[in-house]
Write a protein that binds this ligand. Structure first.
Ligand SMILES: C[S@@+](CC[C@H](N)C(=O)[O-])C[C@H]1O[C@@H](n2cnc3c(N)ncnc32)[C@H](O)[C@@H]1O
Length: 243
């Protein structure tokens, strides 16, 4: 899993953002922040905690073997370029690149990318947001978004999934890791506000974005794991005939 590295004052909950046109409040647009502002807040939070994060969860050896197994099976069954969306310090990017696979790690934290490039100079890393991935339409075989969509305000998740759909080749695959709980409920993740999801609810959003979900899993944590919050993962296939 991705670590939830102990609570800090920086982990306070942001109130959920209301956004037109779905808002019931006529004044909601006055309060609404732009997605770019939310991206910047996440980037600043991870830049500040990058060293702590790397110490507690920045290497494959610290990852749950069950997650390594899932991601390895997905990698080996997914042809083409693999994009690690929200790659952090790049340990999963390196894992995806084993065997000479073409990979690119994308993250919004400049500090994480500095470490990723230092530790894995042979790999490609790009500073970019999920709102504008630095790759061509239909050019990617698989996207791993391992505990990285967790910080997206739920109102922004459909747009992120549409961007994932844009870059995936027809039949391409998306593997998501996330915290299981009341869907869209914010919580005080150790780095910055994150949101719970359920596979069933994400599946509805994924279907709307042109995916079909082919696999889901969920499990409680064992004592001693880096988070007490239940784990969820799903795999979704980019439907070839959608859009
Ligand atoms: C919990 S960490 C997970 C990192 C890595 N995937 C792992 O499993 O260790 C979330 C990562 O997603 C990145 N991230 C969050 N929102 C992003 C966005 N909109 N665009 C790009 N990266 C983002 C953060 O900077 C951070 O590196």
């Amino acid at each position: 899993m991705s670590p939830d590295i102990g609570s800090t004052s920086e982990g306070r909950k942001r109130p959920p953002r209301t956004y037109p046109p779905n808002s019931s409040s006529a004044d909601a647009h006055v309060l609404a922040k732009r997605p770019e502002d939310a991206d910047a807040a996440v980037a600043i939070a991870y830049d500040r905690r990058a060293v702590d994060y790397m110490r507690l969860g920045g290497s494959i050896e610290l990852m749950d073997p069950r997650d390594c197994g899932l991601i390895a099976r997905w990698r080996d069954g997914t042809p083409g370029l693999l994009l690690d969306a929200g790659c952090g310090p790049g340990h999963w990017t390196r894992f995806l690149g084993e065997g000479g696979r073409e990979v690119v790690g994308v993250d919004i934290s400049a500090e994480f990318l500095r470490f990723a490039r230092q530790d894995h100079p042979e790999l490609r890393f790009e500073l970019a947001s999920f709102s504008a991935l630095p790759v061509e339409d239909r050019s990617v075989g698989g996207i791993l978004a391992w505990y990285s969509l967790i910080h997206a305000d739920p109102v922004d998740v459909p747009a992120v999934l549409a961007e994932f759909a844009r870059v995936l080749a027809p039949g391409g695959s998306l593997l998501l890791g996330f915290f299981v709980g009341e869907p869209r409920e914010p919580f005080a993740h150790a780095v910055t506000t994150a949101y719970f999801w359920l596979a069933e609810v994400l599946s509805e959003l994924l279907t709307d974005a042109g995916f079909e979900v082919t696999f889901t899993e969920q499990r409680e944590r064992r004592p001693g794991e880096m988070s007490v919050r239940p784990h969820g993962a799903l795999i979704a296939r980019r439907v070839p005939w959608a859009r």
